[in-house]
Design a binder for this molecule. Structure first.
Ligand SMILES: [Zn+2]
Length: 453
């Protein structure tokens, strides 16, 4: 049975970035079948009436009145650590949160069930904010993949590997083979896939980076890692070699089309040119980077060079929120300031990065990132009845500068409604929160928090 959402401004994000001011979109199963103006709707409905009837409803199609809202493609969060919800708000405003605080706590308190429950909660938070695809990288990723699948989000589960002992594996090569079995398990799955994701340029040996690259390459999966982000990382390269992180990755043969480098704040012109030459992509996390006072990545130059750049939230312990509305606003503000140019990065370009830009960075642009016939039906209806959404002269501007997660009315992933009237369609945030809080109270995590406070 087809579903048709009517009476919406369709922000298609197609090649010409067409906006259909008074339009509709239709889909059947998980695939978009028609997009057009409201005056084309009659003909479509007549066609649909001849179609097979649904046994239960006696209808051959379902109509949803979009009530003048904005229909946009589902947003793509290119970099997240969904298992880290329990750490949100901890260690904020302290100097070295990662090494002094997070890594030791992760070691002692993180386990498979906590990752599972945290990932479910994070998926709920993202879906409610219109994020329909997420690249996750954390530990116990079989649990994360299971959680994402149950929540109905589209996701890539990146099993993090690093040289030192992690909370799930002592030996990184065990983590590598765990990742491989995950990749095999989800091959051919409609929404979920997997990869191995090295932690960073200095937390993995050259051999480990190469082994991860080889595995991801064999599966056509993204090879994603933190790059040119941390001061200790840059110091390490300055002190031990003549290379930059980007140059180092290239010298190992692990910088290529499937590389998705997170952050890339401290990049030289030569690094940027190398990224462009190798067609590597960047997950830009403006909220996390600026909160941690790490600087602003040179995104205007990246775009000039044709590097694919999308937006990421980073983990909830880094940027605190998992929605891309926040990232879009921060992105516009910081980059306009950085370039001292009010007209830099117009709203359309910012929406691009949150949708089709993210899809391109993942090489998934044939499937997602725009509202076009033949693509998967990952759609977000943003309502325009709330106080903050009036008046609207330009839907792009409304999405970037006015809208927030509370304006997300409906969300569809692979054609299935996962958010309805601003609430999860099949799950309850209260229940998910209760389960996660219950687990947090029972684990070593609670003791760690009490101890550290
Ligand atoms: Zn990260």
């Amino acid at each position: 049975m087809s579903t048709i959402i009517t009476n919406v401004a369709v922000v298609t994000m197609n090649e010409t970035r067409e906006v259909i001011q008074h339009g509709f979109a239709a889909w059947k199963g998980g695939e978009i079948t028609a997009v057009g103006t409201m005056d084309m709707l009659e003909a479509l409905i007549a066609e649909e009436r001849d179609d097979e009837m649904d046994d239960e409803t006696g209808e051959s199609f379902r109509l949803i009145d979009g009530k003048g809202g904005i229909l946009m493609p589902g947003m793509v969060n290119l970099h997240a650590h969904m298992g880290m919800i329990p750490f949100r708000g901890l260690g904020d405003d302290c100097r070295d949160r990662l090494r002094v605080f997070l890594l030791p706590m992760e070691q002692r308190a993180m386990d498979a069930e906590l990752v599972y429950l945290s990932t479910k909660y994070a998926a709920a938070e993202m879906l409610l904010a219109g994020v329909t695809t997420v690249f996750d990288m954390y530990y116990f990723e079989a649990e994360a993949a299971r959680a994402m699948d149950e929540m109905g989000i589209r996701g890539i589960a990146g099993e993090t590997i690093m040289e030192e002992e992690a909370c799930d594996f002592k030996d990184p090569y065990e983590a590598l083979s765990y990742g491989e079995s995950l990749m095999k398990k989800y091959q051919g799955h409609t929404r979920i896939s997997a990869c191995v994701a090295p932690h960073g340029t200095t937390t993995c040996s050259a051999g480990l980076l190469k082994a991860a690259w080889k595995l991801d390459d064999a599966f056509g999966a993204p090879f994603s890692l933190h790059t040119a982000e941390m001061d200790y990382e840059m110091d390490y390269f300055r002190e031990t070699s003549e290379q930059t992180p980007a140059g180092y990755l290239d010298s190992l043969g692990v910088l290529g089309e499937h590389t998705l480098a997170a952050h890339c704040i401290q990049m030289t012109e030569a690094d940027l040119r190398l990224f462009a030459k190798r067609r590597a992509s960047v997950a830009h996390c403006i909220g996390s980077n600026t909160k941690a006072a790490k600087g602003v990545a040179p995104v205007s130059r990246m775009r000039e060079l044709g590097i694919f750049v999308g937006l990421g939230t980073d983990g909830p312990a880094s940027g605190n929120t998992l929605d891309l509305f926040t990232q879009m606003k921060l992105f516009a503000n910081f980059h306009k300031n950085e370039t001292r140019n009010r007209s830099a990065f117009p709203a359309r370009q910012v929406v691009e990065m949150a949708t089709i830009g993210g899809a391109k960075a993942l090489h998934m642009e044939q499937k997602i990132g725009s509202i076009e016939v033949g693509k998967r039906a990952d759609l977000v209806l943003v309502e325009t009845r709330s106080a903050n959404m009036f008046p609207i002269y330009d839907p792009y501007s409304a999405l970037v500068y006015s809208a927030g997660p509370s304006n997300v009315d409906m969300v569809f992933v692979e054609g299935t409604c996962v958010v309805k009237a601003g609430k999860l369609a099949e799950k309850s945030v209260e229940v998910l929160r209760g389960e996660l809080a219950g687990k947090m109270a029972k684990t070593a995590f609670a003791e760690e928090v009490l101890f550290s406070l």
